[in-house]
Design a protein around this ligand. Structure first.
Ligand code: B12
Ligand code: SF4
Length: 469
């Protein structure tokens, strides 16, 4: 079913948004970004299709049918993920270098196939095609090159996509399209500055704008609510400050609760994920107000909340409030428990504080899913032993440890820039091929390869009950 926003007498422009996320059928997520953008497209007739979820047997055939049925004037492709980021996907991995140093899920081949079908189905009809999304932003020009497309948008799509529509149909100026990336061939490209917080647009998904063909997901998934954009952190491997900006901008509190109140009315929604980069960054002030309001309004009985946290800041009072607000199990990123490794990777916390904050959470009845990254910049055999000892010291604790092995290198991260500046010095720790904008999966890992570090951990911690590997 498609939606019409017809304000004037002109025939509405038909937009087809294709969510090209091969992880969709398995990890069931709504294409939030596309729905969100469609809400801000007035005077357009928008159809959103989740190609891999709605046509699991043959997404390309599905897309062909959608294009034939809807004859769009413009096509937007949403690339949420280009890979799974993690280096050890022993069962489902489809991408491994010849030395077997890692095995990951690389999604570009499937996406390329889908996009060639889009191009073949629109051939000769001069229908503009543009790309955007979190995965796209990991390597924008390289993605365009591999898809054989010219245009993409980095940063938020609301606003920029509207300008692109204006450019295509009313001749609006190209240079006003914030975050526009234009691939020019031969690995060269042009990019206009991004605008991180476009004012005057709707920043959440209204339930009545979710098209029927996507709604089936609601009870199976956690629904996303953003409370802030951006992160001032400088963690070596992280793309979030690039995607959302490094200055934090909070959403209006009334708007956040307008969204939550709207969601209370739909019985299928019972899990809410705050999709912030981190719920306790840059400090606890804003989140404290949100949690108190959740409790005051009784939303703690209506929803189970989750989010992603860094190890600090955390206080007893805040942990108590998290429990009361029914935000009781969440991802807790600590990365390492070696102070040098933490510092070298831009982490603002030390091992002593990490331990204190874990204990505070446990004392307050919170179940932590603690994430380590093994093999970060500066990792040594000794720092690895510290992680193993640390996990053993919590063997009987009510929490869970999980591990990521190696750092996926992306160009626009502190680590990516460091490696690009001195590839020779880093090369003993780089696993995989250095391709344009590091599009092809490639990892930094020390002191051994991701797979060797994995085997070592498996041998030493594999039998511990609260360790997930
Ligand atoms: C929250 C989050 C999660 C949550 C989601 C919870 C939920 N219920 O939604 C959890 C923890 C479950 C998760 C899981 C995963 N995630 Co995640 N996630 C994020 C995060 C932090 C925010 C995403 C979000 O909700 N944003 C809000 C929505 C509205 O924005 P959006 O979808 O990006 O859309 C905007 C723009 O991108 C743009 N846009 C989007 N599509 C299009 C299309 C066009 C044509 C245009 C012009 C613009 C455009 O406009 C939109 C509106 O502003 C991002 C990082 C980030 N800061 O964006 C990573 C991120 C998207 N995730 C990532 C990854 C890798 C994953 C996993 C694969 C991890 C794993 N190994 O399992 C899974 C995949 C899940 C899936 N099914 O796809 C990577 C993707 C990069 C890559 N390597 O491909 C990111 C970028 C993180 C990173 N730093 O690298 N994730
Ligand atoms: S890992 Fe977290 S704290 Fe660090 S830069 Fe990324 S979002 Fe910020």
């Amino acid at each position: 079913m498609s939606r019409k926003h017809t304000a004037g007498q002109m025939k509405p422009r038909k937009i087809l948004f294709i969510y090209a996320n091969p992880l969709s059928p398995e990890k069931k997520h709504l294409p939030y970004g596309l729905i969100w953008m469609s809400q801000n497209l007035h005077d357009c007739d928008v159809r959103i299709v989740d190609a891999f979820m709605e046509y699991p047997a043959d997404p390309s055939a599905g897309v062909r049918k959608e294009i034939a049925d809807h004859s769009p004037d413009l096509i937007g492709i949403g690339l949420r993920n280009i890979d799974s980021q993690t280096s050890i996907e022993l069962k489902k991995g489809n991408f491994s270098p010849p030395d077997g140093s890692f095995k990951t899920i690389y999604l570009m081949p499937e996406i390329e196939k889908l996009v060639s079908c889009v191009k073949a189905s629109t051939d000769g009809r001069n229908i503009p095609v543009i790309v955007g999304g979190g995965g796209f932003q990991a390597a924008p020009a390289a993605v365009l090159k591999s898809l054989g497309l010219r245009y993409g948008i980095t940063g938020p799509g609301e606003g920029s996509f509207n300008s692109f529509v204006g450019h295509c149909f009313n001749g609006g100026p190209m240079q006003e399209i914030a975050g526009l990336v234009e691939y020019l061939g031969d690995d060269s490209f042009r990019e206009t500055p991004r605008r991180y917080y476009p004012d005057g647009f709707c920043h959440f998904v209204h339930l009545d704008t979710i098209p029927e063909n996507l709604k089936v997901n609601l009870e199976q998934t956690t629904v996303g609510v953003k409370t802030r954009y951006g992160c001032p952190g400088r963690c070596s491997y992280c793309l979030d400050p690039r995607i959302e900006g490094s200055t934090v901008r909070y959403r209006d509190m009334d708007d956040i609760f307008r969204q939550l109140i709207e969601y209370t009315k739909d019985v299928r929604i019972n899990k809410i994920h705050f999709t912030d980069p981190e719920f306790n960054m840059p400090d606890l002030e804003f989140s404290t107000v949100i949690l108190k309001e959740i409790v005051r309004r009784g939303f703690d009985y209506r929803f189970a909340f989750s989010s992603q946290f860094v190890a600090a800041p955390m206080t007893r009072q805040f942990a108590g409030l998290l429990y009361k607000a029914n935000l009781r199990d969440f991802g807790f990123t600590i990365d390492s428990v070696n102070d040098d490794v933490l510092r070298m990777n831009g982490r603002r916390c030390d091992a002593r504080t990490i331990r204190e904050n874990i204990d505070i959470c446990i004392d307050n009845g919170i179940f932590l899913m603690i994430n380590f990254i093994v093999g970060m910049y500066g990792e040594t055999r000794e720092s690895i032993e510290e992680v193993i000892d640390f996990c053993r010291s919590y063997e009987k604790a009510p929490l869970q440890f999980s591990f990521v092995f190696g750092l996926r290198i992306y160009e626009q991260t502190p680590l990516g820039r460091m490696i690009d500046g001195n590839l020779g010095a880093f090369s003993p720790h780089v696993y995989g091929k250095r391709t344009f904008q590091w599009l092809e999966p490639c990892y930094f890992s020390a002191p051994r390869s991701p797979y060797e570090n994995y085997l070592y951990f498996h041998e030493h911690l594999g039998s511990q009950k609260n360790v997930v590997m």
